[in-house]
Ligand binder design. Structure first.
Ligand SMILES: *Cc1c(COP(=O)(O)O)cnc(C)c1O
Length: 370
C-alpha cells in the first residue's frame, strides 16, 4: 500500500531526539508555553525572516488572533478565496466578520489579484491570501492594492512553511502570517499547534495577550482573551523538527519534479509552478475530468489519494451566503471537481512515485479505450 502521508516514517527517522525532547518536558513540567515554546518562537521567527513568532494552539487560532490584532470587528469584511480549507473562513467568522470572495487563478489555485479590486467595499478591512498546496499567491499586486486602499494583509500560510515568493519567506510578506503545525502539515507537531509571525510590535503584543486570557499579569485581564496557548511538548517536538524542514522540503520538491516528469503524456494535468516562487508541495494535486474513476482505479491498486477540497467554502451548507450562489466562482468550482492529490511526504521513494505514475498511465490507456 502506498499511503497518502506516512507520519510514522518521519518519527522513526528522528525517534531518539523526539523521545528525549518529550522526556525533557516531562521532567521540567513546563507543559503549557514555557522555555521550549519560547525557544521555538525565536527560531521560527528567524526561519520566517520576521521579528516575532507567537506560538498558539492551532492554525485556526493563529488566523483568529491575527484578525483581531488587525482590528477586525463585527460588520467588517475579509476578502479571501473560497478554494481553501474551511478554517480560513471559520476564523473570519470567529472574529465576527463576513468572508467575501474572489475566484482563484486556475493555474496557481491561489487568489486572482486582478479580481480583488472590484470586490473591495467600504467595509473591507483585510485581504487574506491563502498559499494553497504550498505555492505562493501572487503577493506583489496584492500588497500594492492593500497599501493603496489602506487594508491589512494576513497570509494564510498553513500549507506553506518554507515556501518563498520572489526570494522572501511566505508569512513575512504581509502584515501578519499564520501557520499550522497540525501533524500532516509540512512542519507538523505531534498534536495541534500554530503560530502567527509578524514584524509589527503592536500586533505581537496584542496576540501574546490574547492567546493567554488577555492577562499581562496573571489574573489581571486587560483584554478579553482566549486559551490559545501552545503546549510545551509541541514546542519541544517542533524544536527537533525545524532544523530538518529544509531537507524535508527539498525532498518534497524533488518528488514533485519526479511526478511531473513521470506523468507526462498520462492524460492528467500536472501542477504549475509559478516562476515567482518556490513551491513546497504540501499537496501535489493533478487535474482530471475523470477524477472519481481515477481515484477508484488507484485505490484498487492500493494507492491512497485525497481531494483538497471537494466542495468550495461558498457552497458549504454551513457557510452559504446568498451573495454567492453556485456558479459564482467558475475556476474554483471547476478545480474542486477535478483536483486529485497524490501521495506526498518527504520519505516517499522514487519507486513509489514510479508505481503511482505507471498506474495513472495505465488508467489513461484504459479510459481512452486503447
Ligand atoms: C490546516 C489549515 C488551517 C488550519 O490549521 P489548524 O491547525 O488545523 O487549525 C488553515 N488554513 C489552511 C489553508 C489549512 O490548510
Amino acid at each position: 500500500m502506498i499511503p497518502f502521508v506516512d507520519l510514522k516514517a518521519q518519527y522513526h527517522s528522528i525517534k531518539p531526539e523526539i523521545d528525549a525532547a518529550i522526556a525533557r518536558v516531562l521532567e521540567t513540567t513546563q507543559f503549557v508555553l514555557g522555555s521550549e515554546v519560547a525557544a521555538f518562537e525565536k527560531e521560527f521567527a528567524r526561519y520566517c525572516e520576521t521579528d516575532q513568532a507567537i506560538g498558539v494552539n492551532t492554525g485556526t487560532s493563529a488566523l483568529h488572533l491575527a484578525l483581531l490584532a488587525a482590528g477586525v470587528c463585527p460588520g467588517d469584511e475579509v476578502l479571501t478565496t473560497p478554494f481553501t480549507f474551511v478554517a480560513t473562513v471559520a476564523a473570519i467568522g470567529y472574529a465576527g466578520a463576513r468572508a467575501t470572495y474572489v475566484d482563484i487563478d486556475p493555474r496557481s489555485f491561489t487568489i486572482d489579484p486582478a479580481k480583488i479590486e472590484e470586490a473591495i467595499t467600504p467595509r473591507t478591512r483585510v485581504i487574506m491570501p491563502v498559499h494553497l498546496y504550498g505555492q505562493a499567491a501572487d503577493m506583489d499586486p496584492i500588497l500594492e492594492i492593500a497599501r493603496r486602499r489602506g487594508l491589512v494583509v494576513i497570509e494564510d500560510a498553513a500549507q506553506a512553511h518554507a515556501a518563498r515568493y520572489k526570494g522572501k519567506r511566505l508569512g513575512s510578506l504581509g502584515d501578519l502570517g499564520c501557520f499550522s503545525f497540525y501533524p500532516g502539515k509540512n512542519l507538523g507537531a505531534y498534536g495541534e499547534g500554530g503560530a502567527v509571525v509578524t514584524s509589527n510590535p503592536e500586533y505581537t503584543e496584542k496576540i501574546r495577550l490574547l492567546r493567554d486570557w488577555g492577562a499581562p499579569v496573571r489574573y489581571q485581564h486587560k483584554l478579553k482573551g482566549y486559551n490559545y496557548r501552545l503546549e510545551g511538548m509541541q514546542g519541544a517536538i517542533l524544536n527537533v523538527k525545524l532544523p530538518r524542514l529544509d531537507a524535508w522540503t527539498n525532498a518534497r520538491r524533488a518528488h514533485a519534479a519526479e511526478y511531473t516528469a513521470a506523468l507526462a503524456g498520462s492524460g492528467v494535468e500536472t501542477p504549475a509552478v509559478c516562476a515567482y516562487g518556490e513551491h513546497v508541495f504540501h499537496i501535489y494535486a493533478v487535474r482530471t475530468r475523470q477524477r472519481a474513476a481515477l481515484q477508484t482505479f488507484l485505490s484498487e491498486r492500493q494507492i491512497q489519494t485525497g481531494i483538497h477540497y471537494p466542495i468550495p467554502v461558498h457552497l458549504q451548507e454551513a457557510y452559504a451566503d446568498p451573495a454567492y450562489p453556485p456558479g459564482s466562482f467558475p475556476h474554483t468550482e471547476a478545480a474542486a471537481s477535478e483536483v486529485l492529490s497524490l501521495p506526498m511526504f518527504a520519505e516517499l521513494t522514487s519507486e513509489q512515485i514510479r508505481e503511482v505514475a505507471s498506474a495513472i498511465h495505465e488508467f489513461g490507456r484504459t479510459s481512452r479505450g486503447a
